[in-house]
Write a protein that binds this ligand. Structure first.
Ligand code: IPD
Length: 264
């Protein structure tokens, strides 16, 4: 039977190496950047260097296997695809906020089977293999046991386009009165890992790239979260990512729909 765990080891080793590179680039050089979809959507030289390193190492360790990466593109194929976010949380990286990651997942027929999310600033590594649980630095992860929506902490994010942001802001304002509080931390992979660790009770965002959720979504699911990935929940919107502790998942889903989340 297929065992995804060796793929976690590969993702972890390569992610650590890329993490050292981006950390060194931040410490030794002025961070240079270009813009992508909008003036606020940035890509740094470190994003590109990190993705090149990951692609080179994967081609050495897993020759011939396709890679989809945020900066150089690629596609998901039948069979195995590596999905890479060379720096998730690039805006945090740009500002020196240590909450960013290198995220590497292996997907089988488009579904994540192994993943590692490396935090370069701390060296912490979040991992999961399908059917084998989720871990932070080797310690098992479990979602929170909360059952009360009004006492839950909700992570969220914004799109880069201003018009969509306005509609999202209206949704988050409506949600603010229904939960304990909201957190916009700036790195989707780590938001999903935070749900896995019970540091957030739930997380929801529209418009993520596959590289943003491929590893973190598996880590959240393996820690016990209810996870909805883009394309799987029309009520929340076609490009919605959602993860929640099971005790509040249904209530959170309902509150988001009532707050207009599915229509932004
Ligand atoms: C971004 C972060 C951010 C989320 C954006 C993503 P990037 O990823 O995950 O939290 O709100 O939608 O694009 O661009 O830093 O890899």
């Amino acid at each position: 039977m297929f065992d995804p765990r060796p793929l976690v080891d590969i993702a972890t080793a390569i992610g650590r190496e890329a993490g050292v590179l981006v950390q060194r680039m931040r410490a030794t050089a002025v961070v240079s950047f270009d813009t992508k979809s909008t003036a606020t959507d940035v890509v740094t030289a470190a994003d590109r260097a990190s993705e090149q390193l990951v692609r080179t190492r994967l081609s050495e360790l897993r020759p011939g296997e396709p890679v989809l990466g945020e900066e150089e593109g690629g596609e998901v194929v039948e069979g195995l695809t590596w999905v890479v976010d060379p720096i998730d949380g690039t805006v945090n990286y740009l500002y020196g906020i240590p909450w960013y990651s290198v995220s590497i997942a292996a997907q089988l027929d488009g579904e994540s089977v192994a993943g590692a999310v490396v935090e370069p600033a701390t060296g912490r590594v979040w991992t999961a293999a399908r059917g084998h649980g989720a871990f932070l630095d080797g310690s098992p992860l479990h979602v929170s046991a909360t059952t009360d929506l009004s006492l839950s902490l909700l992570g969220y994010g914004f799109a880069y386009r201003a018009e969509r942001r306005q509609r999202q802001a209206d949704t988050w304002a409506a949600m603010a009165t229904r939960v304990r509080d909201l957190r916009r931390a700036g790195a989707a992979s780590l938001d999903l890992c935070s749900v896995a660790a019970g540091r957030l009770d739930a997380y929801a965002e529209h418009g993520l790239g596959r590289w943003d959720w491929a590893a973190g979504g598996l880590i959240a699911a393996e820690a016990g979260a209810v996870v909805r990935l883009p394309g799987s929940s029309p009520e929340l919107g076609e490009d919605a990512t959602f993860a929640a502790a099971p005790g509040i998942a249904e209530a959170m889903h309902g509150a988001l729909v009532e707050s207009g989340f599915g229509k932004v």
